[in-house]
Design a protein around this ligand. Structure first.
Ligand code: PEP
Length: 259
């Protein structure tokens, strides 16, 4: 099924300090290497808190781990008087390959607008980071049946003015807000419906070749028990995992969804 390399990503949110992060990542690497996981076939990425990234880099380099990592957010600016913010340049220098942009918790708790997120997507590419752009609707929008229009609206606004060569490398995560951390999972058909709509929208904004290259993830209460069914869907190229990424055995089983 996979023309695109599947990506299994773990968002640790505000969990794990710089010491705990090492233990967690080491255990994950051991578990996956014991299982002879082929990281080229199914890519694995983790998103630890900023303060862990230096330790993660040291472990990944020292032990030659094939796990990719990234920040959970970045500033739309490169440097300057932006207290508390983190530049994409710093993430890039710490060996990050990816960065989450527009996670629903950033949109709601920090009030990040699509205009800001558009600037953050561009900032990520400016610093050679691949943004994992998160989009998705809340419960009221879903119940009103407006989920596709709402999510595609976010996508268009967040990608405004982005050149095709950048868009082709993008990762988009469809995360229905009502399914995040709630135990409520969108069905595989819901994930497919939205991922197909996102791919068609990207083909419209750019062209078919760009749309065929973009990887689309589903996120929202993914566990080992439901990952395989979701990943079977044609347009779903991976999953973004919150809670379950903190449990090594569970996350490793999601990574090994084909077994
Ligand atoms: C997330 O934080 O991106 C997420 C999908 O969380 P959870 O898996 O816990 O629902």
């Amino acid at each position: 099924k996979f023309d695109r390399t599947p990506l299994i990503a773990g968002n640790w949110k505000m969990n794990m300090d710089h010491v705990q992060s090492i233990t967690l990542l080491q255990k994950l690497a051991w578990t996956l290497s014991d299982a002879r996981h082929d990281f080229k076939r199914v890519e694995v990425a983790v998103f630890p808190p900023f303060t862990d990234l230096r330790s993660v880099q040291t472990l990944v380099r020292g032990d030659d781990l094939e796990v990719a990592y990234g920040g959970q957010d970045l500033s739309e600016f490169d440097a300057g008087a932006y207290t508390g913010d983190i530049s994409g340049q710093f993430l890039s220098r710490l060996g990050c390959s990816y960065v989450l942009v527009g996670h629903s918790e950033r949109r709601t708790i920090h009030g990040e607008s699509d205009e800001t997120l558009n600037a953050k997507v561009k900032a990520a590419f400016r610093h050679s980071l691949i943004p994992v752009l998160c989009v998705g609707e809340g419960l009221a929008v879903r119940q009103a049946g407006n989920h596709v229009a709402h999510t595609l609206g976010q996508l268009r606004a967040d990608l405004a003015g982005l050149p095709a060569e950048d868009a082709a490398r993008l990762v988009v995560a469809y995360e229905p807000v009502w399914a995040i951390g709630t135990g409520e999972v969108a069905g595989p058909a819901d994930a497919q419906e939205m991922c197909a709509a996102i791919r068609a929208e990207i083909a419209d904004l750019y062209d078919d070749a760009v749309a065929a290259g973009v990887r689309l993830l589903y996120g929202g209460s993914v566990k080992a028990a439901n990952a395989a069914a979701i990943l079977k869907e044609r347009d779903v190229d991976g999953v973004l995992v919150g809670g379950a990424s903190l449990d090594v055995a569970e996350f490793a089983n999601i990574v090994r969804f084909e077994h």
